[in-house]
Design a protein around this ligand. Structure first.
Ligand SMILES: Nc1ncnc2c1ncn2[C@@H]1O[C@H](COP(=O)(O)OP(=O)(O)O)[C@@H](O)[C@H]1O
Ligand SMILES: [Mg+2]
Length: 1080
């Protein structure tokens, strides 16, 4: 079995079960209710009793989900709810075959009717389904609107107050499917038909009919839509906020149809309702009779007429019934007239009876429809929706009756609760200890005792001949009940009330179990009698209207019953008796409704009002009874399941029987033995304290467990999270690495591609270059070949082309010009002399270069030719000449004139001249020069001619005439030769000092052929190897060694005069001056 650990004890606001209230007092009780009410918890338990506080607002606690939630759950498993009670009742009815009754009590407006509807709707929702079943359910549910239309009215306490007590038996088959039902109604407040207190209304149906019926229907019913036309309808509150009479009328019609009313039945019912309204409009006036009494007469017969037409009554019969009253006694008929007051009384009595009988008929008619068809045994669930205790300022017969009913209900409550407790104790094998509680049997007895009960005495008074008044009734009570503990009256023998001014004279007070109630005796007798004159019921019976005839069976003259009809009190007592007997056979379930405020407003909790209700509903008494033995009990399994965490040995699992587990638990927790008892299947806990102790421990333990769970969960979560993160990290890393590698690879790849492309490009370019080169070569070859071929071809074919003529002509012309030029040049060539500067003029500019070149070539060629013509002698001559040039050119003015003179050398032809034969023969060598010179005398400067001979070894001076040698100087003794720069032929031969020749001193000579002489002398010196080069000094002043003296020879240039020639004079010892005329 699955043990549910949920409990009423979870998430409690206040306490969910008043039995657990600690400490228990009226204040704490009300405080608990208030606290829960403030938190929208309108239901609270007292054990299995449900207290319901009217929320006066719609609550979201009646949803289909809620129905499902409470379905098949243990009563204490979820928070208190009316559904829990309904479910419990339904399940024990279905599963344990126990008939159930649900007793709903509470004052007007406390929510009884709503509660009964909730129970019915819950049962309808959870019981079986199917076409037939659904129809039954529908009929049962739809009986409510019909009954409410006829039996409910707006009162100051409740806009939809039920003015009758209702008990409904719902019948189920063995499966728990509804079969049908029976409704009993109690004590309709019929006085409301004729008179309503201020701020209240008549029964809903009157207003619904007038507002909702079609014009046609109203016409048929002879009605006007105007409320104000009807005396029975109070006007001040005809319209109620939030109540749509017209719509409700349609709902009622519809419900009647569903429940099974025939069309004509509905019509009859509406006719009766209309008749009541008409009846209220009938008025009376007095009419004096001859005997001096006043007789009543109907004032305006129109309403009477219409009413009679509606009901098919003969007008005169009814009219008479309002004026006369027939009293029959012992076969004797006495007719008395009615005065106006009596007529009104009769009218109202008729209206009230008519309406209440109609109501009862409707209830019966519904019963007929909804009654179970099958005759098989069935299970029953009774729902009692009846007024709770009523304590008003003015309490009358009705309150008395109602409170009596509540006393009876309380009695069976006590009886059944105790019985149940006792049975449970026995069942569980727990010793029964007597419970101290207040038993209200004594109060019930005060009211219902056959001999001296208040009701019995009232009946006695009513039936007693003679004058009977309410006062006589009170006197009687004072007499009989004076001694009763719960009866109080000013006149009772109980003298202690004599001075109680809160107790008026015409009243008595009963100390009900729920509190004291003061009743005013006024009207008790009348109300109990509930008299309807026989003439009226007979008139009704005579009506030509099936329904009305049916409603007044006592009007049948054939069945004249002289016995008085039973009094209201009697009837009520009887039906309460039946009800009680009925209830006693059933398992009771209580719903106690409480009204939180008088304003019909939500959120208001008037403590005084609630306190009052708590008192008269006897709720404290309820709790006390429930707590008398053991306050709390629980089966072992759920108990162990709930508290097992409090003991190490039961936590987390207990393997043995649950009871042993619980025993282990209690022992471990050291709960005192007197605090609990072990039953067969349940543990009984005497004091709520103990339970709360367990609860508190459990709460702490749960906190620890929660922490533990939290800890483990958090650890798990973190670990999972971490693992997830780690896994994710790996995934991310893998992805990233892949990405990075990819990137890297791509980079390398692109780099490679670039390198590759460069390489390939380079290779390609290289190849291209080669190819291009090759191509170019090929092209070049081709081109060359082409050109070559072209040339060949052109050469071949040129002659055939005119275009070449120009060139040809040009070439030809050039050729001709060149020819002419060269031929011309040949003709005009200058002389072959190398010194010839002539050269023919250039004929054409374009030949400039050629011309110049030719000139140069020609000159070179001419020079070559010239040179090749020279002999050895000539060559020697020219070499001498060249040497002379080197020695004297530009140094001596005489030089230019010598150039053109050929160097003859042997001017004297010495070898041939016989004169000089001897001289010549003195030399071995060849004479290179032989000339005549002047030898300057050193003394005066006069010259003597001499012959100068020059050989390769000597210079010889010889006498011209004789040819005798005067002086011979070997050349090596000759150091230098001095000459002037001028145009003279003087020269000095200077001898080497110390040599043999030098004895006579240097020679100063003058020669015609000075240049030739010195050149030859120089030439010999240069070619001879045995001596030094001969120096040639060229200066205009030089020293000459004469013997021992040195004389300076100075040359002076003078202007040339005719005839003057070179002259030499001795100036002084040292100076010899030579004047030389300047050459022209
Ligand atoms: N459980 C509830 N939820 C919401 N409103 C409720 C509830 N019970 C009663 N009421 C309100 O209180 C009014 C009076 O209830 P009703 O059952 O007619 O009272 P009673 O039958 O005790 O006189 C209802 O019309 C409704 O507005
Ligand atoms: Mg009601």
């Amino acid at each position: 079995m699955e043990v549910k650990t949920k409990s009423l004890l979870d998430n409690m606001i206040g306490v969910g079960d008043m039995v657990l209230l600690e400490p228990l007092s009226e204040e704490s009780f009300i405080e608990n209710l208030r606290k829960r009410f403030d938190h929208n918890e309108i239901y609270t338990y007292i054990g299995s009793v449900v207290i319901s506080v009217n929320p006066y607002k719609s609550m979201l606690i009646y949803t289909p989900e809620r129905v499902e939630e409470y379905r098949n759950r243990n009563f204490y498993e979820l928070s208190p709810h009316i559904y829990a009670l309904a479910d419990e009742a339904y399940r024990s009815l279905r599963d344990q075959d126990k008939d159930q009754c649900i007793l709903i009590t509470g004052e007007s407006g406390a929510g009884k009717t709503e509660a009964s509807k909730l129970v019915m709707s819950y049962v309808a929702a959870v019981c079986g389904k199917g076409q037939e079943v659904n129809k039954v359910k529908e009929q049962l549910l739809q009986s409510n609107p019909v009954l409410e239309a006829f039996g409910n009215a707006k009162t100051v306490r409740n806009d939809n107050s039920s003015r009758f007590g209702k008990y409904m038996d719902i019948e189920f088959d063995f499966k728990g499917d509804p079969l049908g039902g029976v409704i009993s109604n109690y004590l309709l407040e019929k006085s409301r038909v004729v008179k309503q207190p201020r701020g209240e209304r008549n029964f809903h149906i009157f207003y619904q009919l007038l507002s909702g019926a079609s014009d046609d229907t109203l016409k048929k019913l002879k009605l006007d839509r105007d409320f104000s036309k009807y005396n029975y309808l109070s006007l001040d509150s005809a319209v109620v906020n939030g109540l749509d009479d017209a719509t409700n009328f349609r709902t009622v019609r519809n419900a009647m149809q569903i429940v099974g009313f025939m069309e004509d039945e509905v019509q009859s019912v509406l006719e009766l309702v209309a008749a009541v309204l008409k009846l209220g409009n009938i008025e009376f006036k007095p009419e004096s009779r001859c005997n001096g009494t006043d007789e009543s007469r109907v004032k305006d017969k129109n309403d009477l007429k219409e009413m009679c037409e509606l009901l098919g009554i003969e007008q005169s019969v009814l009219e008479r019934a309002f004026s006369y009253r027939t009293v029959e006694a012992k076969m004797e008929k006495v007719s008395t007239t009615l005065n106006v007051a009596q007529a009104y009384y009769a009218r109202d009595a008729l209206a009230k009876n008519l309406y209440s009988r109609l109501f009862s008929w409707i209830v019966n008619r519904i019963n007929e429809s909804i009654k179970a068809q099958a005759k098989t045994r069935h299970k029953v669930m009774g729902v009692l929706d009846i007024y709770g205790f009523e304590i008003f300022e003015d309490n009358s017969f009705e309150q008395f009756i109602i409170n009596y009913c509540n006393e009876k209900l309380q009695q069976i409550f006590i009886e059944l609760t105790l019985r149940e407790e006792q049975e449970e104790y026995v069942r569980e094998g727990i010793e029964w200890t007597n419970i101290e509680y207040f038993n209200n049997a004594i109060i019930c007895d005060l009211i219902e005792n056959h001999q001296n009960g208040i009701l019995a005495m009232l009946d006695e008074e009513c039936l007693r001949p003679g004058t009977v008044t309410d006062e006589t009734f009170l006197d009687k009570l004072n007499m009989i009940c004076a001694e009763h503990q719960h009866f109080e009256s000013r006149l009772s023998k109980n003298s202690k009330f004599l001075n109680d001014h809160s107790l008026p004279h015409c009243c008595f007070r009963i100390q009900h179990y729920a509190g004291k109630v003061l009743y005013r005796v006024e009207g008790f007798v009348d109300k109990n009698n509930d008299l309807l004159y026989r003439d009226l019921s007979q008139a009704m019976y005579k009506a030509n209207h099936t329904l009305i005839k049916h409603l007044f069976p006592e009007g049948n003259p054939a069945k004249v019953n002289l016995k008085r009809p039973p009094t209201a009190g009697f009837q009520f007592k009887a039906s309460v008796g039946t009800l009680m007997r009925n209830l006693q056979t059933k398992n009771p379930n209580y719903i106690r409704c409480i009204k939180p405020n008088d304003k019909k407003a939500p959120h208001i909790f008037t403590e005084s009002l609630v306190c009052h209700q708590v008192r008269y509903l006897g709720l404290m008494e309820n709790v006390r009874v429930r707590r008398a033995g053991y306050a709390f009990r629980q089966a072992y399994e759920p108990c162990l399941e709930r508290y097992k965490m409090l003991c190490k040995r039961t936590w987390p699992h207990w393997r043995g029987p649950a009871r042993e587990g619980v025993e282990m638990l209690m022992a471990d927790l050291q709960v005192p033995a007197e605090e609990f008892s072990y039953g067969r299947s349940k543990i009984f806990i005497r004091n709520p304290r103990t339970l709360f102790f367990l609860e508190e421990r459990r709460r702490q333990c749960l906190q620890d467990l929660a922490t533990l769970i939290q800890k483990i969960y958090r650890g798990w979560k973190c670990r999972t999270h971490f693992l997830l993160l780690k896994k994710s990290q790996i995934v991310v890393a893998a992805w990233y690495r892949r990405y990075a590698q990819q990137k890297k690879y791509e980079k390398i790849k692109s780099a490679t591609t670039v390198v590759q492309s460069y390489t390939r490009g380079w290779q390609a370019r290289k190849l291209l270059r080669e190819l291009k080169h090759q191509k170019r070569c090929e092209e070049a070859v081709t081109t060359i070949a082409a050109y070559w071929h072209g040339t060949q071809v052109r050469r071949e074919y040129r002659k055939f082309f005119r275009a070449n003529a120009g060139k040809k002509i040009y070439d030809f012309t050039i050729q001709r010009i060149m020819q002419k030029y060269f031929l011309g040049l040949k003709r005009t060539l200058p002389s072959m002399s190398p010194v010839d500067k002539n050269w023919p003029a250039r004929p054409y500019v374009f030949l400039d270069g050629v011309h110049t070149e030719l000139r140069r070539i020609f000159h070179l060629w001419r020079c070559k030719k010239y040179k090749s013509k020279f002999t050895e002698e000539k060559k020697a001559v020219y070499e001498e000449k060249l040497e002379a040039s080197e020695l004297f050119k530009d140094k001596k003015s005489l030089y230019p004139s010598s150039v053109s003179q050929p160097f003859k050398g042997d001017y004297l032809e010495i070898s041939k001249n016989p004169k000089y034969q001897k001289l010549n023969s003195s030399f071995d060598e060849k004479v290179l020069l032989a000339d005549v010179v002047n030898k300057i005398n050193r003394a005066n400067g006069k010259g003597t001619t001499r012959i100068l001979l020059l050989t390769k070894k000597n210079v010889v001076l010889a006498d011209q005439k004789t040819g005798q040698v005067k002086a011979s100087v070997p050349l090596p003794d000759l150091t230098s030769v001095s000459v002037s720069t001028q145009n003279d032929g003087f020269f000095a031969l200077r001898l080497k000092e110390g040599s043999a020749s030098a004895v006579k001193g240097d020679f100063l000579l003058s020669s015609e052929h000075l240049i030739e002489t010195i050149t030859k002398l120089h030439h010999i010196g240069s070619t001879a190897s045995d001596r030094e080069q001969l120096n040639v000094d060229i200066s205009d002043e030089f020293l000459v060694q004469f013997k021992q003296d040195k004389v300076c020879v100075k040359f002076i240039q003078v202007a040339p005069k005719n005839g003057n020639s070179v002259s030499c004079k001795r100036k002084n010892n040292r100076l010899l001056e030579v004047t030389v005329p300047a050459s022209a």
